[in-house]
Design a binder for this molecule. Structure first.
Ligand code: IPT
Length: 941
């Protein structure tokens, strides 16, 4: 057994875990909190010498050839070894605690100076994150060993350092026994990926410092301390201002210990559970509007620079997120400082996931009775428990942390019981969460019942059961690719039942590596086993830009709901601690895309209260497209928006006859000629192949009836029923379609077609009649009536595809926009008149897929063709074909089509989150058997 596989040697000479802090040499500096000002802090980040070896056994006694590497970083992001993405499967044999004999090793080396003042004190070195383990040498003397990639390792190096120049060498191994505990779903990346720094300490200064908040009072484990509120010193805390995620008021406690000033941000708040199972923060029932957050960056890997952490937390705020689960390990300690300051409820999760045991025998089984599971093995107990301890001891002073999580997807065993028992005994002020507890029906001692990916109806069942504990969806609405589409439906239930305390969307950002002009994922680096793009499942893109799913979550998580009755507007404030009067409410009555009346007001509505207002507007008797009330609640930016249909009667223009078209029937064509136009209808294929207006051809191909869409990541299961892929047995094969015309006839100004659509090797899934009526003004009325085969899977979509000349890029529409939207993912958009273009409609999902849909459309005009309807249709205009989007695996494989494609759809099925979540809800599927669809094609003369 090698030392890094020895479970009795998971650390050597590491300091006992203490709370996180930085000591300062003056009070002023401590109050300012700028670490680098402290005389007692020296950051060792920067360029280090580095030598990489594929096998640790090749590391020579003396390294003579050094490369350079930045610290912090992951060596795979700098050309050594490969980024390796695997989800559940371990990337090596499951034979715990043994790891591969060929264990890659990175050796880090640099000089540092210890001056006289420091030499008279104690010197410590702190590593905030090293994957997977480290051996530390100072001036060539061995100091100690540590593992636990996302936990802190501190060593007292006083006796090894000398005045003047010193040398530090850190040997980092890719694997160690601890790697079995770190089977999280992410790129497996190694090296020193968080800060490294030295601390100069008084020999007798305090080490662990604990700040407790009980009964609205602060107690500190040290005697000598001062409390500040901003600049002001506080002698007695009377009526303190409480901390919560909306108003994160922080006091500062500065502990004086020997010559050191040690500052802490302290939030006064209390966490409890009501007898209805509500989560109470300071006695107020709070819903957790969460996301799961991993450390991931397309350039830096697992290294998270302060500014990127801060900017992503601000983006979460912008999306109305109030809760973060630090999946699946404790974050950078500065991340928690930021959460204290900006206001987030944090579920702090320890660095444990042993998911890969489910597949050690092939398949996917939680065979907890088997002795193989290390969560049940006594020899592993210490490894488990110390990871909970190191998290709790490091992070215990953070007001943002409201729950401790015992890790992720690790089965359930006696080692979990030991962790839970230790944690509950150590800290009674917070809740304990472990989703894996459900493997024994929640009988273990956790404070919340947690599940992942439970369906909407499933959470309703929990809401109604006997269990008095809060129910928490630690993962839901899998945000992979285009999506998630089901956040709205979950929240209808979460607000309905007190016990449903909310959940965390899986997950915050796409994991990807940016290389050669595109984002790369699993399998792009030659990994032996990998999970493809399953890591690209963020609510925001890898660069943290927003997509429709992000804005949908924002719209669902927003803190204002309204309803309208005539001129009466009822506004509900869903904030827990904020009066709506901190924002401005703007309202507009918009008729056919034109604002006819607008106003602004400040609504003095207390948290959890509603109020009715009367708005001053008069509605027209009728309109052409629609009349809506648009509401927008704004502070620094828009925090909430809603739209209500004011139900004004719609009166459309009559299709005035200008001249009667002439019909000439040839063998294969019907030629229709009007004042400025000539249409050619192909009887053989039952459709128009040419529309010429004022001598200009508007089509580049025959108009087709189609049902395919490029599968989204959330279609990744249903797509095998929809299309022909590797498996040629199960699909309806809508991506290889045969269109059949049985009958085509001209009768007066009507062309009647009877036909069917069928996938290759399958019987027709759709039998239809289409009636094309040529109206006096040259408009073509299209009336489709279809019958879908019994037992047919629900369809991706159904509608007409028009190929139009590529130069026609810009368009106008009246429908849901401006962002793409689908039946179940549309709360972030509103009906209005918009302008767009094929370029603007493109959404760069990491794996190309269906995108750019617009629901509830009444009108779209592009390239001299105007599509209208008396009811509504869905549409999509793209420079890519569905086939091209289906075939491409990365964005740089996409090739623009020779024509732009306009889809005028009867319906496009919703998005859901079935990439990992439940199946698409019934009500969002195109599953009706009888289809009736009518719209007009009107050439703009
Ligand atoms: C769940 C994991 O907890 C999470 O880390 C991630 O892998 C997610 O799945 C998928 O993206 S576990 C799954 C088996 C429900």
């Amino acid at each position: 057994m090698r030392s890094y596989e020895n479970l009795n040697l998971i650390s050597e000479n590491r300091e006992p875990q203490r709370s996180y802090y930085i000591p300062y040499d003056t009070l002023e500096k401590a109050l300012k909190g700028n670490k680098e000002d402290s005389e007692y802090y020296r950051l060792l980040n920067g360029e280090w010498n580095f030598a990489y070896f594929n096998r640790d056994i090749d590391v020579p006694e003396v390294i003579t050839k050094w490369d350079k590497i930045p610290v912090p970083s992951n060596w795979q992001m700098h050309g050594y070894d490969i980024p390796y993405y695997t989800n559940v499967n371990y990337p090596y044999a499951v034979d715990s605690p043994y790891v591969p004999d060929d264990n890659p090793c990175g050796v880090y080396n640099r000089e540092f100076i210890v001056d006289r003042q420091w030499k008279e004190r104690d010197t410590y070195i702190v590593f905030e994150g090293v994957n997977s383990c480290l051996y530390l040498y100072i001036n060539d003397e061995y100091v100690g060993y540590s593992q636990g990639s996302h936990l802190q390792s501190e060593f007292n190096i006083s006796k090894y350092v000398k005045k003047g120049s010193n040398n530090i060498t850190v040997r980092v191994l890719k694997w160690c026994s601890g790697s079995y505990l770190e089977d999280q779903d992410f790129f497996r990346l190694s090296g020193i990926f968080r800060d490294v720094y030295l601390l100069s300490r008084d020999k007798n200064s305090a080490r662990d410092i604990e700040i407790k908040v009980e009964n609205k009072n602060i107690s500190v484990s040290e005697k000598d301390y001062v409390i500040y509120d901003g600049e002001n010193k506080i002698d007695k805390l009377d009526n303190p201002i409480l901390w919560n995620a909306e108003k994160p008021h922080l006091y500062k406690v500065v502990v004086k210990s020997c010559s050191e000033y040690i500052p802490f941000n302290v939030g006064i708040r209390d966490i409890s559970v009501s007898d209805k199972g509500e989560l109470l923060i300071n006695g107020v029932s709070v819903k957790l509007k969460g996301v799961n957050h991993h450390d991931t960056n397309p350039k830096f890997g697992h290294y998270t620079p302060y500014e990127t952490m801060k900017s992503e937390l601000l983006k979460m705020k912008e999306l109305n997120v109030n809760c973060i689960r630090t999946s699946h390990y404790p974050p950078n300690p500065e991340f928690l400082n930021l959460c204290d300051e900006l206001g987030f409820y944090v579920v702090d999760e320890t660095d444990i996931e042993i998911h890969g045991f489910v597949s050690r025998n092939g398949g996917y089984v939680y065979d907890m009775e088997s002795e193989d599971w290390i969560c049940n093995q006594e020899v592993w107990k210490n490894s488990f428990v110390e990871r909970a301890q190191r998290m709790v001891e490091r992070d215990k002073n953070h007001p943002c942390v409201i729950m401790w999580s015992m890790g992720n997807e690790s089965g359930y065993g006696s080692n979990h019981d030991a962790m839970i028992a230790w944690t509950k005994n150590r800290d009674k002020s917070r809740l304990v969460h472990y989703e894996g507890a459900n493997l024994i029906n929640d009988k273990c001692d956790v404070d919340v019942v947690s599940r992942m990916y439970t369906s909407v109806s499933g959470i309703e069942e929990f809401a109604k059961n006997e269990d008095k504990r809060p129910f928490f969806l630690c993962e839901y609405s899998h945000a992979m690719g285009n999506g998630p589409g089901d956040v709205w439906d979950y929240w209808q239930r979460i607000y309905q039942y007190p016990k449903l305390i909310g959940g965390c969307i899986w997950e915050w950002a796409d994991h990807a590596v940016f290389a050669d002009g595109a984002y790369r994922y699993g399998g792009d680096f030659g990994e032996t086993t990998h999970d493809g793009n399953f890591c690209c499942d963020g609510l925001v893109f890898a660069d943290r830009s927003f997509k429709a799913g992000s804005l949908e979550a924002k719209a669902v998580y927003q803190y204002m709901r309204t309803s309208v009755n005539g001129n009466k507007l009822t506004i509900s404030n869903l904030y827990d601690f904020t009066n709506l009067n901190e924002y401005k409410l703007q309202w507009k009555v918009v008729c056919d895309g034109e604002t006819i009346k607008a106003g602004e007001m400040i609504c003095d509505i207390k948290p959890h209260q509603s109020k009715e207002y009367t708005l001053d507007f008069t509605l027209p008797e009728n309109c052409k497209l629609g009349c809506y009330l648009n509401l927008s609640l704004t502070g620094e930016y828009e925090v909430a928006a809603e739209q209500h249909d004011l139900h004004v009667a719609i009166k459309t223009d009559s299709n005035a006859v200008t001249s009667s078209p002439k019909f000439v029937e040839e063998k294969q064509l019907i030629i229709i000629t009007g004042e400025n136009y000539v249409y050619k209808f192909n009887k053989h294929y039952g459709s128009f192949e040419s529309i010429t207006v004022n001598g200009e051809e508007k089509l580049t191909d025959i108009i087709k009836l189609t049902a395919w869409r490029a599968p989204t990541d959330n279609d990744r299961r249903i797509k095998y029923e929809w299309g022909l892929f590797e498996d040629n047995r199960s699909g309806v094969n809508l991506n290889r379609i045969f269109s059949k015309v049985y009958f085509c006839e001209l009768a007066d100004n009507k062309i009647i077609v009877n036909g069917s659509l069928a996938g290759i090797s399958r019987s027709p899934f759709l039998r239809f009649n289409v009636m094309f009526t040529i109206l006096g003004n040259g408009s073509i009325k299209v009336e489709l009536e279809g019958k879908v085969k019994e037992n047919c899977v629900y369809l991706p979509r159904l509608g007409f595809e028009f190929s139009i000349p590529k130069k026609n890029k810009e368009f106008r529409y009246y429908g849901m926009g401006p962002y793409e939207n689908y039946l179940d993912m549309c709360h972030h958009t509103k009906v209005d008149m918009y302008e767009s273009s094929v370029d603007k409609e493109y959404v760069p999902y990491i794996v190309p897929q269906e995108h750019g849909n617009h629901t509830r459309t009444k009108f779209v005009e592009i390239g001299g063709l105007r599509f209208t309807t008396e009811s509504e249709f869905e549409f999509n205009i793209s420079k890519y074909t569905s086939e091209m989007l289906t075939a491409a695996a990365h964005t740089d494989e996409l090739m623009e089509n020779e024509s732009n494609i306009v889809r005028i759809d009867y319906k496009n099925s919703g998005i859901g989150s079935n990439s990992c979540g439940p199946e698409l809800l019934e009500q969002y599927r195109l599953s009706e058997k009888h289809i009736k669809f009518k719209f007009y094609i009107k050439p703009v003369m």
